[in-house]
Write a protein that binds this ligand. Structure first.
Ligand code: GLC
Length: 563
């Protein structure tokens, strides 16, 4: 395999303010659920490569691939056993190389997922650390501690795992050589199969710098950094002491999240990326208490982008949306980073289902709610998102308007948190069901060998085949919106919006030569015609009002106007 550089020719190549990512639409591929090339029921790299033309035609700029590394799959690949190898379920390094090359030939960038907070309990370092017993130098690369209590039978502190249960697991020492105190405990903020690295250790730091280079050399255009807020823990691993416990998808201040020490790590990574040609990017998955804290991750010498989870968790409410949009733009402006926008990903209930349910229920829903309402709002929300300055993330299948699958039987579920008491994220399988490509056939075109999670009967009618060329379908809406965005490069540019007067429950925002109107109410709203209609998520109707031309914007819809 030879080294090759990533930049497709038509993109600018220098300057923080001209980076390709600033207004990019980035499509998240969840490899196990996108397309199955070898018919084993699990998606793979060959399947993704085959479908790249679909992504090109959709009109996105880049693909972010969730983990495909060698892994026992205890947490769907977020438990990495070897950061430089591909899991056989997904293919091999030649497939990865071929996929990156094929994407570049189409002018698509490729962002890979880096998981630095923890590895798999099958990672060589961890296995050896266990084998060597207490006192092993390799144990220093993780957080091993003796237990509390007379016989070390209590965990070293009171932290709980995000997936439920204690964040510590006690090991059985080889030949009982833990002595009288018995086995040591190790820290895992997630599943027991995901031991946390000790980021104070130089070997851990060196290893990840080397892993970055490995993927940059292979042509990756950047990294989505998993749990970027978690790497550094407060000195001494202090107890939390309250009943409030871990929430990844929350905003609580915790001694294991958003510690200031993480920033030095990202500065050192940034220096590595800057050595490479072709504008490579770092994207933070950082759940922090405020957007201002998130902005710290994207200061000029750190990462380039951070997910905007405040936006993802905002209800379908004009005032709330406006507040978050303004707050996000204001928080990023001082650091000069583009704001990002996201509505769905592999960890939360799809937005078509979130918006089908009453507000305030969180991101793990178990009910379909009012599907028609949810889809109407989801389409409107997407057009609003794509009208905002900055970069937008789209999760596979949302362009088909897929709902979450809320009735998966317990016996098919694979999300590790489903099986642990009081896990907060136990219903993530519902957004991970393989996507439908064709109206009928084995797994609706996902592959020839079935699908690792069962697909609902309704999947055929939601397939790519069923929606292609159908005016008004959600797929054609996404295609049209992304085409307009490409034709009007000003749409994603800049760092501000101008709010126009609008009736209660309606958002009207202006950008250069462009107006976006969003009706978040459940009733039609009549407005003066803002300009020439470019695109709408619902059927707008024109009429003659008292002061001239008017338009009726249907309930829960967005329209784009050229002005
Ligand atoms: C991130 C991933 C999630 C995973 C967790 C542990 O939040 O998005 O899927 O379970 O990290 O790696």
């Amino acid at each position: 395999m030879t080294q090759h550089l990533a930049a497709p020719a038509h993109h600018p190549t220098s300057g923080t303010h001209t980076g390709w990512w600033r207004d990019a639409v980035i499509y998240q591929v969840y490899p196990r659920s996108f397309a199955d090339g070898n018919g084993d029921g699990m998606g793979d790299l060959a399947g993704i490569r085959d479908r790249l033309p679909y992504l090109k035609e959709l009109g996105i700029d880049a693909v972010w691939l969730s983990p495909f590394y060698a892994s026992p799959q205890a947490d769907a690949g977020y438990d990495v056993a070897d950061y430089r190898a591909i899991d056989p379920v997904f293919g091999n390094l030649h497939d990865a190389d071929a996929l990156i090359r094929a994407a570049h030939e189409l002018g698509l960038r490729v962002i890979v997922d880096l998981v630095p907070n923890h590895c798999s309990d099958q990672h060589d370092w961890f296995r050896q650390a266990l084998r060597e017993g207490p006192g092993s130098r390799l144990r220093e690369r993780f957080h091993f501690r003796p237990g509390k209590g007379v016989n070390g039978e209590l965990p070293p502190n009171d932290w709980e795992s995000i997936f439920g249960g204690p964040a510590w697991t006690r090991v059985e020492e080889p030949d009982g050589n833990g002595g009288e105190a018995g086995g040591e405990w190790y820290l895992h903020l997630f599943a027991p199969e995901q031991p946390d690295f000790n980021w104070e250790h130089p070997a851990v730091q060196d290893e990840f710098r080397s892993i970055l280079r490995f993927w940059l050399d292979l042509g990756a255009d950047g990294f989505r950094v998993d749990v970027a807020h978690g790497l550094v823990k407060a000195p001494g691993l202090p107890d939390i002491g309250g009943s409030e416990q871990l929430k990844l998808l929350g905003n609580d201040v915790m001694p294991f999240f958003d510690q200031d020490g993480v920033h030095e790590i990202y500065r050192s990574w940034r220096r590595i990326l800057d050595e490479y040609e072709g504008q490579r990017v770092l994207v933070a998955e950082a759940w922090t208490p405020t957007v201002e804290r998130t902005a710290l991750y994207v200061r000029p010498d750190e990462m380039h982008q951070a997910f905007n989870f405040q936006y993802l968790t905002t209800n379908w409410d004009a005032q709330e949306l406006r507040g978050v949009i303004d707050g996000s733009l204001a928080a990023m402006r001082p650091v000069g980073a583009p704001t990002t926008w996201v509505l769905s990903n592999h960890d939360v209930t799809r937005h078509a289902t979130r918006f089908a349910n009453p507000p305030g229920l969180g991101t793990q829903l178990r009910d379909q709610g009012d599907r028609e309402l949810g889809l109407r709002r989801a389409r409107a929300a997407t057009l609003l998102m794509l009208a905002l300055p900055g970069s937008a993330y789209v999760y596979q299948g949302e362009e088909l308007g897929l709902p979450d699958v809320t009735d998966l039987p317990d016996e098919v579920r694979q999300d590790p948190s489903f099986f642990r008491a009081e896990g907060q994220d136990g219903f993530r399988d519902g957004c991970r069901v393989p996507i439908p490509w064709t109206r009928s056939g084995s797994s609706y075109g996902f592959g020839s060998g079935g699908s690792w999670l069962p697909q609902p009967d309704s999947w055929g009618e939601l397939s790519v085949e069923a929606q292609t060329g159908v005016p008004g379908s959600t797929l054609e809406l996404y295609r049209a919106a992304l085409a307009v965005r490409r034709e009007h490069p000003g749409l994603g540019a800049g760092d501000a919006v101008t709010w126009l007067d609008a009736p209660e429950g309606v958002l009207a925002l202006a950008r250069d030569g462009f107006v976006c109107t969003t009706n978040t109410t459940g009733a039609d709203v009549e407005l003066p015609v803002p300009g020439a209609l470019l695109l709408a998520s619902g059927p707008v109707a024109f009429g003659e009002g008292a002061g001239g031309g008017t338009v009726v914007l249907p309930a829960d819809s967005t329209a784009w106007w050229a002005v």
